[in-house]
Ligand binder design. Structure first.
Ligand code: CA
Ligand code: CA
Length: 350
């Protein structure tokens, strides 16, 4: 069942309710929107910042993200990648083994993306923050023994603060930088000054370049099912940018959707092309964490994204009593998986 929330596309840029600087306002409280059949996923206790679901119904969850100044329920435990089989009834999330040689002790996974090659090989791209630096790790998923074979670590001066990735080839991806600087103090300063210096990078082994910039804080990124459009969430600007993707992998802006919430990760329903968005309606509560007044969760579905009049629906909203700080919502076969920055994950029937 879908409930219609109060969301509308706003006519222009909105400054109210952001998370930082002058925008450090505790923004709106959410009106609860429930789904009838939801349960917390077993095995997810300390965040599930991003989720990517294969056409087979196997879902990858990046868990245990640590960000300076943000709540963490398992500070001593490294992050990891969990696997959830959505073909099972109330599945439990299982941690994938990672091949020897990869430093698991500093694994701090953030945004993720999968790529399926022509030969059926599945690659998992992971934005990683070992010691709060930024890399993109490329793994091959070995389904027969529930493991990830580490293939490559990508480090580059154009990737100072990677938030999310979308894979477009076995070693090719777009990535968002949510900050221009890698230094923590300069990160705070750039947000405070609202520099809008963050960007989208295209990476291939042949070259690395900026393909879009001018974002307040570029965050989630995904691609339309026909691979003609790339969608970029600008968190603090409350915007989703629709970008046309060209043969040479450059991007040009088609339009911008203005919302009234802090948008985090973006997912696509491959069957409809609908965008699913994990949002923070009161993200100040993420920064100043109070267990008795926790951050809310909010999931939006945007239909007919490319049309003149996209339809925005609040599919799920909770004041934090069930789920705190939603970052991502992904769908598979009538099921919705909602992940969070540092809390749990929720599985619902639509
Ligand atoms: Ca992602
Ligand atoms: Ca994100």
């Amino acid at each position: 069942m879908l409930a219609w929330g109060g969301h509308q596309l706003l006519p222009g840029p909105s400054s109210a309710g952001s998370c930082t600087g002058n925008r450090l306002k505790a923004s709106r409280e959410v009106e609860p929107v429930d789904l009838p059949n939801c349960h917390l996923v077993r095995g997810v206790e300390s965040g599930s910042e991003d989720i990517d679901i294969l056409p087979s119904g196997l879902a990858f969850l990046s868990v245990g993200l640590k960000v300076p100044g943000i709540q963490c329920f398992a500070p001593e435990k490294p992050g990891g990648i969990l696997l959830l089989d959505l073909n099972q009834d109330k599945p439990r999330a299982l941690e994938l083994r990672v091949s020897r040689g990869f430093d698991l002790t500093s694994f701090n996974p953030h945004g993720i993306s999968t790529f399926i090659d022509e030969d059926g090989a599945v690659y998992l791209f992971v934005a990683n923050h070992p010691e709060f630096k930024s890399t993109v790790e490329i793994f091959r998923f070995e389904e027969e023994d529930n493991s990830l074979l580490h293939l490559k670590t990508v480090r580059h001066e154009l990737l100072p603060s990677v938030n999310d990735v979308v894979a477009v080839g076995p070693e090719h991806f777009y990535a968002t930088n949510s900050h221009y600087f890698s230094d923590l103090f300069l990160k705070y300063l750039e947000v405070y000054l609202n520099l809008r210096w963050t960007n989208v990078i295209y990476y291939s082994p042949e070259g690395v370049r900026v393909v879009a910039d001018g974002f307040d804080s570029a965050n989630g990124i995904t691609m339309s099912p026909d691979e003609k459009y790339v969608y970029v969430a600008d968190s603090f600007a409350h915007e989703i940018h629709v970008m046309e993707k060209h043969a040479n992998r450059s991007l040009t802006q088609v339009k911008v959707l203005h919302l009234d919430t802090v948008v985090d990760n973006l997912s696509i329903d491959p069957s409809t092309g609908d965008l699913w968005v994990g949002c923070h309606p009161n993200c100040l509560k993420l920064i100043i964490y109070d267990a008795s007044n926790p951050p809310a969760s909010e999931v939006l579905r945007i239909q007919n994204v490319l049309s003149e009049a996209p339809a925005v629906t609040t599919v799920y909203a909770n004041n934090g009593s069930v789920l705190q700080g939603s970052t991502v919502a992904s769908v598979y076969g009538g099921q919705l998986l909602i992940g969070t920055l540092f809390h749990r994950a929720l599985q619902c029937q639509l």
